[in-house]
Write a protein that binds this ligand. Structure first.
Ligand code: FE2
Length: 279
């Protein structure tokens, strides 16, 4: 089943050239058999961009690229190594690298793939996650202003993860990154849907979505817009403020401070900052 979610997007410049929504097909972890049926794809309606959050076979990504003639950005998960990828990596488009920010369809998309090595025993690497977070902050600053969509394989700690299972516990580095970047949308996989109810949640200005399977996310203009969108998914979220204006110290609990960074951009500031509960 392809789940659906509406998110109000704070950057009005995204909605140009008579485009009143931006429709993202988010996928991760498991194939959604509904997408194999042409009739289902037609009923899904327009898709503007596909975003993958990892643990998908290259053949499935190649299929999606053929079935939907739109850009596809994805990060690799902890299972995206080995024979299937060695044999089929040329069929899938190139993955978004660790901490990279790409511009596509008017969005800035930051990628956080599985931060471990390629060995068969790929344990959680919290230090590598902190490095990724620092790299995203720098890349986001260089790529200009405007809100980000973050695609990660592993969720932030305490949001969309399963803390009862060490291997499915999120990263503290990602949690700190979310607090700093304040992205309107964070898509992730890795957590089995059965372990997380509900599959999407709002923390501060950010809507976090456990994509596992397939989700159609429809970005709509801010809800205070005078424009009326018709035929769209009802947004469940509200507009957000810009990034924090506090300097950010990304601190690794294991190796001490990695770096201190100034705030990103100069977006509008919220008087009442959303609180992120401690992980
Ligand atoms: Fe995973």
């Amino acid at each position: 089943m392809i789940r659906r979610l509406g998110v109000s997007w704070p950057d009005r410049s995204l909605f140009r050239d008579s485009r009143d929504t931006l429709r993202l097909l988010a996928v991760s972890d498991v194939d959604d058999p509904a997408l194999y049926e042409a009739r289902n794809r037609e009923e899904l309606g327009r898709v503007d961009l596909i975003l993958g959050c990892g643990d998908l076979e290259p053949d499935y990504l190649a299929f999606l690229g053929d079935a939907f003639p739109v850009p596809l950005l994805y990060v690799r998960g902890n299972h995206d190594f080995g024979a299937a990828w060695e044999a089929g990596s040329d069929r899938a488009p190139e993955a978004v690298g660790p901490g990279c920010v790409h511009g596509c369809e008017g969005l800035r998309v930051a990628g956080l793939p599985w931060p471990g090595g390629r060995a068969e025993d790929r344990g959680l690497d919290a230090i590598a996650a902190w490095r990724q977070a620092a790299k995203v902050v720098l890349a986001a600053r260089r790529s200009g202003d405007g809100p980000l969509v973050v695609i990660s394989h592993v969720p932030p700690r305490g949001i969309g993860d399963d803390e009862s299972d060490h291997y499915h516990t999120g990263f503290s580095a990602y949690r700190r990154l979310a607090e700093h970047l304040r992205p309107p949308l964070w898509l992730h996989g890795h957590t089995p849907l059965a372990a997380q109810v509900p599959w999407h949640t709002r923390v501060g200005p950010t809507t976090f979505v456990n994509v596992t399977g397939a989700v159609l996310v429809e970005l709509t203009p801010p809800i205070d817009s005078s424009a009326t969108a018709t035929g769209t998914i009802t947004p469940t979220e509200t507009a957000v403020s810009g990034p924090s204006d506090r300097p950010l110290a990304l601190v690794s609990p294991d190796r001490g401070r990695l770096m201190r960074l100034s705030p990103l951009g100069r977006g509008p500031r919220s008087r009442a900052r959303a609180r992120y509960p401690s992980p």
